[in-house]
Design a binder for this molecule. Structure first.
Ligand code: AMP
Length: 112
């Protein structure tokens, strides 16, 4: 069965899309936790970070690089945070890996 994010990638569910290429889609989070909060999602539906393999190393780097480039484009050059939640204990709710990018407010540590 398709994940929620695969449905967004396939345009079956609307989203505010920021960027797309052959490997990833980036779109604004529906429940933003900062003035800038978007997700970078691989088109390949990897379920959790635990499921990444050696073959996914270039894809993982592309997700991070896309996050950095879009964060800068969206005015977060003074600082931003990237987050990837893994599994229930890590706070993951959508089982299709994604990188959160949050910016334009002061971040705190430790996260909740
Ligand atoms: P996580 O809890 O790390 O799995 O993150 C899932 C994120 O997806 C949450 O921040 C949700 O707000 C976000 N989300 C859920 N449904 C949608 C949607 N239809 N469009 C955009 N973001 C969504």
């Amino acid at each position: 069965m398709d994940t929620l994010f695969t449905k967004i990638i396939n345009r079956e569910i609307p989203a505010k899309i920021i960027y797309e290429d052959d490997q990833v889609l980036a779109f604004h989070d529906i429940a933003p936790q900062a003035p800038v909060h978007f997700l970078v999602v691989p088109k390949k539906p990897v379920r959790t970070l635990n499921d990444l393999t050696e073959d996914d190393k270039a894809l993982a780097g592309h997700i991070l690089f896309t996050a950095q480039r879009l964060a800068l484009e969206l005015g977060c050059e003074e600082g931003f945070r990237v987050v990837m939640n893994c599994n229930d204990l890590g706070g993951q709710t959508v089982y299709h890996i994604h990188m959160h990018v949050l910016g334009q407010r002061q971040m705190h540590w430790p996260p909740g």
